[in-house]
Ligand binder design. Sequence first.
Ligand SMILES: Nc1nc2c(c(=O)[nH]1)N[C@H]1C(S)=C(S)[C@@H](COP(=O)(O)O)O[C@H]1N2
Ligand SMILES: [Mo]
Length: 206
Amino acid sequence: MLNKLGRMTRIRQEREGAPAPPGQFVTEKFPVLTFGPTPRIDLSTWEFRVFGLVEEEISLDWEQFNALPQVTLDAEFHCVTQWSKLQNTWEGILFNDLMQLVKPKPEAKYVMAHCYGGYTTNVALDVLEDDDVLFAHSHDGAALTPEHGGPMRLVVPKRYGWKSAKWVNGIEFMAEDAPGFWEVRGYHMEGDPWKEERFWSSLGYY
Ligand SMILES: Nc1nc2c(c(=O)[nH]1)N[C@H]1C(S)=C(S)[C@@H](COP(=O)(O)O)O[C@H]1N2
Ligand SMILES: [Mo]
């Protein structure tokens, strides 16, 4: 049975013809969802590392990273706490363009994203190789604020928001899947919003 908010959301979705994943409410706002303090990062010392199961580990500074092709793309954003913001214009560097510089070893199948502040999250490599995954420095025409992950965040539109690591500073290639910060605490290893892959308990995923 739908509660009042659910009914209002459904009416709006029907009117705008924009369905959200199951159990999500559409919002026009862009809430901030962060565990812990917001790191302040100086672009002159910003560093991005590619390490783990790669032929050669690399490290890029802000200029080197942003010399990669710049793209603009629209994507949905779905937080597991049930809000979805359907319209977002991101600007930055496609994961696949960064991959032009990276030679993962054949056994590399998973990636751990690392962040300033210590947050981590795991994503399968083939999910990151989708054409809508990017490292974003701008949102809706403005530089990302520190609260939203500036100067650079990962954006994985087809996964719940906790996979879109803010203040990202590296990716680690792995052979086996391993849980990141929230996954250790019961969040789903995959986190596909369209399959409602939210949490797990001793009873299994739900
Ligand atoms: N480094 C870091 N990245 C993070 C988080 C965090 O706490 N730390 N929160 C995640 C969660 S749960 C969500 S829903 C999104 C929220 O992004 P926003 O604050 O820009 O809305 O960031 C994700 N990335
Ligand atoms: Mo979230």
